[in-house]
Design a binder for this molecule. Sequence first.
Ligand code: ADE
Ligand code: ZN
Length: 348
Amino acid sequence: MALDAFIAGMPKCELHLHIEGTLEPELKMLLAERNNVRMPYRTVEEARNAYNFDSLTSFLVGYYESMNVLLTEQDFYDLATAYLTKAASQNVRYAEIFFDPQAHTSRGVPFDIVIRGLRRAIMDGERLHGVRAQLIMCFLRDFSAEYAMATLLESLPYREWIVGVGLDSDERGNPPVKFEKVFARARREGYLLTAHCDIDQPDTHEHIRQCLDVLGVDRIDHGSNALEDEWLTEEIGRRGLGFTVCPVSNGFVTSDMKAAEIRRMLDLGLKVTINSDDPAYFLAYVTENLQAVQRKLDLTRDEVLRFERNAFEIAWLPRAAKDAYLAELDEYAATAAATAATPADAAD
Ligand code: ADE
Ligand code: ZN
């Protein structure tokens, strides 16, 4: 049975969301005009139809090209405000938002322009919509370790505005160990650590091992290939690390949303969560991701709730804040069960 309405109304936590990946064609074209930036398309429709990818590498080409329209603090404010407004409409209560400063500083846009715009949107988003959010700064792994370190140092004046660091972009030939010193320094500065372990990448098991043993990550982004290796699966379980899985994204960059792997993570009691990655490109925000997985696996309400419980549990928040969100989720579940139309519905 489809649980679309239950999922839509559920209080949600988004832990894998690239703010640059929320740039919808409408805003892209508006910013292109506002900033006099020439794009290879002239209308929103053409911009939408320009998306053509079947792998992480081909996705990243259009993703970075689109960022050329982001130039001013107001642009970053508008981008994040659009996302937070959309998130509020989907009952997202808390979001950890990735941003890619090097995708902007490498084009000559200063770090402080980027972070000030995002920060102001987050403050307003909480005030206007009650959506809480924190920033995670990602290093682009296809740039050098030296550039990542320089970016880390540049972030330190804004340390209080950033909860952790991550690692994203093209994984091929860019193993986690390349960033060992950067992550060690980030840890010393008090940042929490995560890293992308993208789907079906060359050397994926060795990369996941390095995330655990070299970087010492607190969480794994994607990472479902860990299930193919007994030691990795057990070690991640032992450490209680969460996975931020993005099923619709998986279906775009590989031929499969990896639902069987999500089922297995649930069965093993691993802390799997469902997220949207780059929703403007993969055409699905967190509600649609949860609905897609629920349908594919015919999940029960309790199983759907588990994704959200896991997410609030592994969120980078103080215990009291997690407990408050978990209580909200419990209340939602109890009310939904009590108001279910038929006994069969209640059993779901
Ligand atoms: N940047 C934006 N989305 C990404 C993804 N899914 N993997 C790696 N880098 C990304
Ligand atoms: Zn991602």
